[in-house]
Structures are given as structure tokens and as C-alpha cells.
Design a protein. Sequence first.
Length: 293
Amino acid sequence: MDNNYVTIQNCRGKVVKLPLNKFDLDSIENAFPGMQEIYYIDNKDKIPFMLNRENNTVVMPPAATLDPPSGVFVVTDQDGLIEGFHPLTGFCDWTEWSKVVESTVTSGPSLLRSNLTHLMDIGYMVVCGIQVENWTKFPLTNPNTTLEWGYLSSPATNIQPATREAMVSHKCGFTATGTSGTVSWLINGTDRRLVIGWSAPFNFDFYSNHLILGLTNKGNKRHYKTWFETMYYGQEDKLMIFERVKCRFTSNEVLLDDDLFEVTGTMDNSHKPEVRVIIKPKRWENLASKFKN
């Protein structure tokens, strides 16, 4: 914002400069038809302005201060999508935007004729289903699975952008064992892997369900068969960062993030736990193009 003009934009890339004497509600609505709200966003705050239609003005909240060199005015449209994007840093704000994106994710081949619950209905006492949603522009390819216990009834597949896929593992028949292991995908174009570890035991007297999420560091594209032991018992190393959660008395959530990705996961505490994992980009340019449109 300079001395004579006010810069306003939305996350679709439209930028408008209004003279200070035209910074009123009518002018803003003419520039951005369908706008619902206007914010001033800088490096620290998102300040909502009040819309006074009676006086054709936009009003700054009392006690609010603006930092013109570091900020910009941003409008939201009828879909509310602009709130999910910080125009200065390029970072996505998933607390604002998750519901909009989640409703447009498409089921891939593994889920076209079913859902995760039905896919897990295979007649075993211990079954673990893992559903992964890919909100990034990077295809998740070259899946590799290492089983510690159990078998696969539905193997892992490639996961395209804006798509969800699922895999299912189960206990060995006629044994008092559960299912556990690791599965990973190459995050195509980043030289990294998304890693998921799970443990769904038979005996809940001494053991609990566990979910572990991992991201390898750049350049580490190989799947290691020793990952389960490292992720279940050990600590992060130079190959990978990870977070684990125990699901003993209730369902639990786990969050893992770095400078490029945010990975969230949930798992319940039953003998047939449904694991749901979402990999999200931290930056707008890495978001699946379907969501941008």
C-alpha cells in the first residue's frame, strides 16, 4: 500500500489498485464481484474489516494497527477459498480450507466400488485399513510394503493428486497375532518418501494400536525393511523424521510437518482400526491443480 493507492487481491491471482479516495465498499465489490469479506494480512496478523453498507465504507476494528510495507488487503469470495491462502508467504492455512478441499477429493481405483469399511470386511478378527489422501500436486508412486505380522488383502497403489486410495492388512488365520508393518510412497518430483507405520495387535492386555507417520529427508528415495523397528521403538535419524501415537483407550491423531508438507493421521483403538492419512502441501504452488480451479 503506497501513499496514493490501496492494493487488493484474491488468491486466484487478481490484483486491483484503488485510489485512496475510491477505497469504499462499492468500488471493492465492483472490482471483486461476489466478495464476502475483506482482510488486511501482514506477516503477523489477519485483521478483518467491517463492511458498513449503509455508509458504503470498510471500517478497521478499534485498536487495530496496520503495517503497510508488509501487508496487503485480501478479499474472500462466495466459496471462502481466499481464507485458505496467505498471499505474502504462499502458505496454505488448512484450519480454514480443509473442509472445502476434502469434499472434492476423488476416490481412486482401489475405492471406486467400495469404501474403506467395506474393503476391510474380509472375515478376520484383526484387520487394519489405511486410506491415504493426496492433496499435493506430486503423485505418490512406487509403493513398497514391509509386513512384520500378517498379510495384505488389498495392496498399496499409486496415489494421484487430489485422489484417495486404500490398502488393507489382516492377521494370520488361526493364530493369536495381529498385523503390523510399514508402507511408503515416493513423493514424485521431491526425492523423498511418505512413510506410514502401523501396529494392530491381537492382545490388548499387553499391547495397543500404534500409528506412525514419517517423511524421509531429501535424496532418501529408498524403502528400508528395518523402518518398522526404528519407527516403533527408536528415534528420528538422518534419513527420516517421524511422529508416532498410541491408541489404547481412544482414537488418536498424529501430525507431522516440515517446510514442504503437513501429514495428518487418525487411528482408532479397535481390533479393526481404520487409519486415515492426508498429505497436504505447505505452499500454494504445491497444491493439486484440481483444488486451485
